[in-house]
Design a binder for this molecule. Structure first.
Ligand SMILES: Cc1cc2nc3c(=O)[nH]c(=O)nc-3n(C[C@H](O)[C@H](O)[C@H](O)COP(=O)(O)OP(=O)(O)OC[C@H]3O[C@@H](n4cnc5c(N)ncnc54)[C@H](O)[C@@H]3O)c2cc1C
Length: 264
């Protein structure tokens, strides 16, 4: 592997444009074999770039791509509105992983556990220092375009929003995710937003369940109907155990728990 640590965005984009691979916290990239990454592969370390800010400004929470998951989990800026994101960050790996892992690396990785939370929080992903801004859904579905750099994640501010996240994992410490569910409500857009990972190949919204909660009070009966719909609606695309029935039951259980949490 070859290594470089540029200090400007222009140098970084030039290196990535030549086939370099962005290196965030390295928690995914560095445990791989050199053979896996390739001896000639250029790793472009992002640590020296000004991508470490976590601020609320102009009606948005803006999180630099190099902000660590530990910082997100502990930040006093992450109000109840964005709690789902803090909970998702806290659920990743273990304390050592979270101290190094970055939000940019998590978003760029197709299996990133923050995806479900970012979906229900209407996040967008800013690339190449502002050259483009895409809804998180586009990144989840299409990945980060080759040579592109995630520079920040933006979440709209809405003080009426409540959100929550739950992860079901193999075991508590460093537990690999089986299913993750996120929910968010706001006074403005009516029905709760719901998303789940661990049934389809990517995190997805749960439109059938959301529709059942639209336009009426979120009664215990409505919650149960929505939970059942959530468990049934995603395409099953997971190759590894546990099986389909178990994963679908976890989605339904996650929706039950989260709807109780975001309503209280
Ligand atoms: C023990 C262990 C447990 C883990 N548990 C979890 C878990 O529970 N949930 C979970 O989601 N993940 C988990 N992970 C994976 C990983 O730690 C996280 O997904 C982490 O957020 C990745 O971020 P990073 O900065 O370390 O990425 P890196 O390893 O630096 O990079 C990961 C990928 O993203 C690309 N990339 C990085 N930054 C950018 C950027 N700014 N722009 C464009 N592309 C970029 C890299 O080129 C690479 O392809 C675990 C890892 C370990 C080692």
């Amino acid at each position: 592997m070859r290594y470089t640590r540029p200090s400007t965005l222009a140098e970084t984009l030039a290196d990535l444009g030549q086939g370099g691979m962005a290196l965030g916290g390295g928690t995914l990239l560095l445990p791989r074999d050199a053979a896996d990454v390739g001896a000639e592969q250029l790793l472009v370390d992002l640590q020296a770039l000004p991508l470490h800010d976590l601020i609320v400004d102009g009606g948005f929470l803006s999180i630099g791509a190099m902000v660590t998951l530990a910082r997100i989990a502990a930040s006093p800026l992450i109000s109840p509105a964005w709690k789902a994101l803090a909970q998702a960050a806290h659920a990743v790996g273990n304390p050592n992983v979270r101290r190094a892992a970055t939000i940019g690396g998590n978003v760029a990785w197709p299996g990133g556990d923050l995806h479900a939370a970012l979906l229900v929080l209407d996040a967008s992903v800013v690339c190449d220092g502002g050259a483009c801004e895409l809804p998180i859904r586009n990144i989840i579905e299409g990945g980060v375009r080759g040579g592109a750099l995630v520079t920040s994640i933006r979440l709209p501010q809405d003080d009426t929003r409540h959100s929550a996240y739950v992860k079901f994992a193999w075991r508590a410490a460093s537990g690999k995710t089986i299913v993750a569910v996120a929910a968010s409500t706001t006074a403005k857009n009516g029905a709760p937003r719901l998303a789940a990972a661990g049934v389809a190949a990517r995190a997805m919204r749960l439109p059938d369940a959301e529709a059942l909660l639209a336009g009426g009070p979120v009664t215990p009966e409505a919650v149960e109907d929505a939970a059942r719909a959530a468990g049934a609606e995603l395409p099953f695309e997971m190759a590894k155990p546990p099986g389909e029935k178990y994963r679908r039951r976890l989605v339904a259980e996650g929706v039950r728990r989260l709807l109780a949490a975001v309503r209280s």
